[in-house]
Design a protein around this ligand. Structure first.
Ligand code: MG
Length: 314
């Protein structure tokens, strides 16, 4: 389906005549889109449907292809990312853990901190050192159809850093209400985290902003400091976000995708006809933007790649 493409993005971010196209539909709540480079597919979570879906583009055509069920009964997976060591890292609300999918074999990575269970890991990124950073809000425990009812055992919602080699898990951001999507800056020295605590609350209650933190790495100790709100989105809540190779922040919102400079200046808006939860850059050369929006996946050709493209494709 191609309707009129409405956007105010800077001209240099899209090729001439770029159209927003619905490439797949039939899901209930699409989240966690991730381009899987070794398979050449887009994989995403249908959270309420408790399944993982895939879109396999036809050769040379990023918008035509096959939608299929990758797995069902997946314990409410949410966000995922590609680890440069060659596997998918994904969050499971139902099992309250971060897990690895290595060619279809799923294994737990981490499910507890300080002797208690995690809440419901939501979204995940990989740092240049191979460590896995994820947010842990409570939605899988508190939102019907997104996991299993349960207690917040450590009493808060943190961002954690996990070292696969040592098994070490450390909280790195502890001053947010409900951390959700996250991404590193192009140079890796800044962490952006969306706070979506305004969701399902009365107008004026909770946060709908993206915070920025400086990442300090000293002798193996990693800290996030100087946290502050960078921008507030104009519609709905910010969920997933990505950073492109020039450092722009592409953020989901109820009315589509908004793009900001690293300083938080609004650069433009892409209207999407369904509420957007997340997005990712993908495709053979990394310049296809795939957007997970409620029942569907949409595609927009762009001129930029994800900030992590070079190491993913290395
Ligand atoms: Mg999310």
């Amino acid at each position: 389906m191609r309707g009129e493409t409405v956007h105010t993005l800077p001209d240099d971010l899209t090729p001439p005549g770029a159209q927003l196209t619905q490439v797949a539909t039939g899901a209930t709540w699409s989240e966690g889109p991730c381009w899987i480079p070794d398979a050449g597919v887009l994989r995403w979570s249908d959270i309420h449907g408790d399944r993982i879906l895939q879109f396999t583009p036809s050769a040379g055509d990023p918008v035509r292809g096959q939608m299929s069920e990758y797995r069902t009964g997946v314990e409410f997976t949410n966000g995922r990312t590609w680890h440069p060591e060659g596997y998918v890292v994904q969050c499971s609300h139902g099992l309250r853990r971060v897990e690895a999918d290595r060619g279809g074999t799923v294994e737990p990575l981490v499910d507890s901190w300080d002797g208690v269970r995690l809440n419901s890991p939501n979204d995940v990124v990989v740092d240049d050192d191979g460590s896995i950073w994820f947010t842990d809000p409570h939605y899988g425990l508190t939102s019907p159809g997104e996991g299993h009812p349960g207690e917040m055992e450590y009493g808060a919602c943190y961002v954690f850093r996990y070292e696969p080699a040592s098994g070490r898990l450390d909280p790195v951001v502890t001053d947010m209400e409900e951390p959700n999507g996250l991404a590193f800056s192009a140079d890796g020295n800044t962490l952006y985290v969306a706070d979506s605590s305004a969701v399902r609350k009365p107008e004026g209650v909770g946060n709908r902003h993206v915070r920025t933190y400086r990442v300090e790495r000293d002798d193996g100790a990693v800290r996030c400091i100087d946290g502050r709100s960078l921008f507030e989105i104009p519609a709905g809540i910010p969920d997933g976000l990505r950073v492109d190779e020039s450092g722009r922040i592409w953020c989901s919102a109820a009315d589509g995708v908004h793009v900001y400079t690293p300083e938080g200046e609004h650069l433009g808006h892409l209207a999407v006809p369904e509420v957007v939860a997340n997005l990712c850059f993908g495709g053979e050369d990394g310049r296809d933007l795939y957007i997970s929006a409620t029942t569907s996946i949409y595609h927009l050709p762009v001129t930029v790649r994800d900030a992590t493209w070079r190491r993913i494709s290395a």
